[in-house]
Design a binder for this molecule. Structure first.
Ligand code: SF4
Length: 358
């Protein structure tokens, strides 16, 4: 696993954003390495000297970090060469999903100013994720971040993960701006059955409110990636959900069907939530076929290729970020390892070898 939060020592008075460089630079936004070993690097820049403990400069070169002196850490907020960088803008949320991978907290630290600076330094053309908690609890701040960055950096794109509970018709004129065509909203819908969806997200009325937001987003010309995590509780609803999407939500960019992560709330509920696709794939297969029939672009996320019937393997994408991806020992013998998602770092160790090399 690639560490994203590193111990750091700095005398700066407040948190700052900088890009790490192995070469001396005149940019006020970059800090150059003046000393490095395998276990620590010392940098110099506008905010004085600071030390980062952990990987050497060869691994950190080009990373954009937020250094927080009071906390004694440096957060690799946008890693050089990585296609999977996300800004966790808040840990608050107004849902309590049964399988939440990042259980919400009540407190919020506003770091939008730092996030904007980090985005403005990003490599050309990358997509930056915005996640939480629920980002749209701070909707105007999120909109402002997107507008500020995309006006200055039209080469960038954003993917915002949101529960879709807070879009209003009054947002339509703002969202219709051309720069919002660079934004994809990743929105979970867990069932076509309102009660089932509401139970999974632990919020009465969430399904109805979500569909109001879909209307708003449709009228805004917004790009939507619909996301559905497979659970024992919604498995049998998948074919009906696929028909619901084909009938009402066919304007979406993509439907992402996702395997469960063994982290957060799901860790203690694994036995009652996890669906082993090797044993129970029929409802998913039916839903993929319905989606295909109606031209809904559909992908399977976080599923090892060998857990799928051959006919449906082409729906799977290598979706697990490099910093949290893991394979079993038997995978070394597999010819499909390069294109396989493998497992999350936190997948139960005893299940890592439940694979069949292809
Ligand atoms: S054996 Fe490993 S690499 Fe091959 S398909 Fe299965 S999980 Fe993926």
């Amino acid at each position: 696993m690639i560490p994203l939060m590193l111990p750091a020592v700095s005398d700066a008075e407040k948190p700052f954003v900088t890009r790490l460089s192995k070469n001396r630079t005149d940019s006020p936004w970059e800090s150059w390495c003046i000393e490095s070993s395998e276990s620590q690097s010392v940098f110099s820049g506008e905010n004085g000297l600071f030390q980062i403990v952990g990987p050497g400069i060869q691994d950190l070169d080009g990373d954009i970090v937020i250094v927080t002196p009071a906390a004694g850490n440096a957060e690799r907020i946008i890693r050089a060469g990585s296609t999977q960088n996300s800004l966790l803008v808040t840990e608050r949320c107004d849902q309590l999903c049964v399988m939440c991978s990042q259980p919400p907290k009540k407190t919020h630290h506003d770091r939008f100013g730092l996030f904007v600076q980090a985005c403005l330094l990003a490599d050309n053309g990358i997509t930056i994720g915005i996640t939480g908690g629920e980002p749209t609890l701070y909707k105007q701040e999120v909109f402002q971040l997107l507008e500020t960055v995309l006006k200055a950096r039209p080469d960038l794109k954003f993917h915002v993960l949101t529960n879709g509970q807070h879009f209003e018709t009054s947002d339509i004129s703002q969202l219709r701006q051309e720069l919002f065509r660079k934004v994809v909203w990743g929105i979970p819908l867990y069932s076509n059955d309102a009660a089932e969806h509401d139970e999974i997200v632990a919020k009465t009325g969430a399904y109805e409110r979500l569909h109001q937001s879909f209307d708003t987003l449709l009228l805004s010309g917004a790009k939507i990636e619909l996301r559905t995590v497979v659970l024992q509780t919604n498995l049998n609803s998948f074919p009906a959900l696929a028909r619901h999407i084909a009938g009402l939500l066919h304007f979406i960019e993509q439907w992402s069907v996702m395997q469960l992560e063994n982290i957060g709330f799901a860790r203690n509920r694994w036995d009652s939530l996890y669906v082993d696709f090797r044993k129970s794939f029929n409802p998913i297969a039916q839903s993929l076929d319905v989606a295909s029939l109606f031209g809904i672009p559909t992908k399977l996320f976080n599923v090892p290729l060998c857990h799928l019937p051959e006919f449906h393997r082409n729906f799977a994408v290598n979706s697990i970020s490099d910093w949290k991806q893991r394979f079993g020992e038997k995978c070394l013998m597999c010819s499909k390892k390069e294109t396989c998602s493998g497992f999350f770092e936190w997948h139960p160790a005893e299940m890592l070898d439940e694979v069949s090399p292809l």
